[in-house]
Design a protein around this ligand. Structure first.
Ligand code: PGA
Ligand code: ZN
Length: 429
């Protein structure tokens, strides 16, 4: 079926910031919609999110130029194009833009259309998105990585570490991971209320803490797991996203904790990260070092790369060239996958495939600014990625994704697979 028209509109993300929604209409009237998320702790190698920068409107954050590109050049190029050839559509979008980082048309303009095309093609084929994207091969339900406390750029630096998350290793089903996480999340809230340290919710729905140190947050997380009745490290393990690029000063080469007013050399910071992974029941750590500090990454990977999942987010920015370099340098063992870091569905799926081919683990991820689109839930199942990171267990832009996997589980019925903590079988403590 051919594309009849493409149109874009300004909508608002979970922080109330403007973002792009594209609608693709096919010749037979079928439509598909793509809604673009937005990061706060963005990596410097990400594709460019085009914002107008006009201080008179939405404090510079409006996306009317990106929308104009969809309604103008992109719509003109895609009219009459076959909707079911996603990679041809994405290739056209990449070529039309013509830059390495999608800075001319904007990655937000391009991704909105790329996602809308996939949604429309799935609707036209009469198949759920995960089945359409995976060609029927996607049957693995993801193990969720769920935020309990939020800090860093998502909570005005109340902690330096961005995400304190948990992974329910002991769950026997996807549904059980949600029940266990629910228990830990509310146990954490209770502990923080009792101590007068609960200050609302951070951007991704995790509790916004008031702590004197990052380790106080880590201790609280362990206590919450225990209070919920689970054995830390066995039934429920800790996962951290340090987002260390935000703590790194390129000019001095030092890492800085604002909360504790401490500075570290790369070597000292790597030691701290390695120490946390050994002292606490940590199964996964993301961006422990900055995206330009490959020496620091190599040190961390040599020390704990066989025992802990080591995820590159800002390090790789869902970019196959960067992932390839990382695989050759043996610098990590997992890749965070975000659609808007690279800007098309096809390139995102290529990044997932490259990660899997190398024997590394992909983690499909939301952004801190999200929408009600649950594309990534489908992407995780379609590609048998095995893991999904969406933020916390609160706020509907997050719950939309967790809930969509429940629906996919029902649709798959007896074909649904779940590996749970077994996904980490290659890591030995
Ligand atoms: P961001 O945070 O969307 O603000 O970049 C998410 C992450 O760092 O994983
Ligand atoms: Zn991250």
């Amino acid at each position: 079926m051919k594309i009849k028209n493409v149109a874009a509109f300004q909508i608002y993300d979970s922080r109330g910031f403007p973002t792009v929604e594209a609608e693709v209409e096919l010749d037979n009237g079928t439509t598909g919609r793509g809604l673009v998320p937005s990061g706060a702790s963005t990596g410097q190698y990400e594709a460019l999110e085009l914002r107008d920068g006009d201080k008179a409107r939405f404090r510079g954050k409006s996306v009317f130029r990106a929308i104009g590109h969809v309604n103008g050049e992109i719509a003109a190029a895609l009219r009459g194009v076959e909707v079911s050839d996603q990679s041809a559509v994405d290739q056209m979008l990449i070529q039309l833009d013509g830059t390495a980082n999608k800075s001319r048309l904007g990655a937000n303009a391009i991704l909105s259309v790329s996602m809308a095309v996939a949604h429309a093609a799935a609707a036209e084929a009469g198949r759920p998105l995960f089945e359409y994207l995976g060609g029927g091969a996607g049957t693995l339900l993801p193990l969720p990585e769920i935020q309990i406390l939020g800090g860093g750029a998502h909570a005005e630096w109340r902690t330096d570490v961005q995400d304190f998350l948990v992974i329910a290793l002991g769950a026997r089903s996807y549904g059980e991971t949600l029940e266990m996480t629910h228990n830990v999340y509310h146990a954490a809230g209770t502990i923080m209320s009792e101590r007068g340290k609960r200050f609302g919710l951070a951007d991704e729905g995790g509790f916004w803490p008031d702590y004197a140190s990052n380790e106080e947050a880590l201790d609280t997380l362990v206590q919450a797991i225990e209070r919920a009745g689970y054995q830390p490290g066995r039934e429920v393990a800790i996962s951290l996203d340090i987002a260390a690029s935000d703590l790194y000063d390129e000019t001095t080469g030092k890492y800085r904790f604002r909360l504790e007013k401490q500075e570290f050399t790369s070597d000292e910071f790597a030691d701290l990260m390695i120490g946390w992974c050994r002292r606490y029941p940590v199964i996964s750590i993301e961006d422990p070092m900055a995206d330009t500090d490959w020496t620091g990454w190599a040190k961390v990977c040599a020390a704990i790369g066989k025992t802990v999942q080591l995820i590159g987010d800002d390090l790789f920015t869902t970019n196959v060239q960067r992932i390839q370099r990382g695989i050759e340098a043996k610098i990590a063992n997992a890749v965070l996958i975000k659609l808007n870091q690279i800007g098309t569905v096809t390139e995102t799926m290529e990044a997932i495939r490259l990660t899997q081919t190398a024997g590394w683990l992909p983690v499909i991820s939301a952004r801190s600014g999200e929408t009600e689109d649950s594309f990534i839930s489908h992407l995780a199942v379609a590609t048998n990625a095995g893991q999904l990171k969406v933020g916390s267990f609160a706020r509907s832009e997050r719950m939309a994704k967790w809930n969509e996997v429940l629906r996919i589980e029902r649709l798959l019925g007896s074909r649904a697979r779940f590996e749970g903590g077994n996904i980490y079988r290659h890591f030995s403590p």
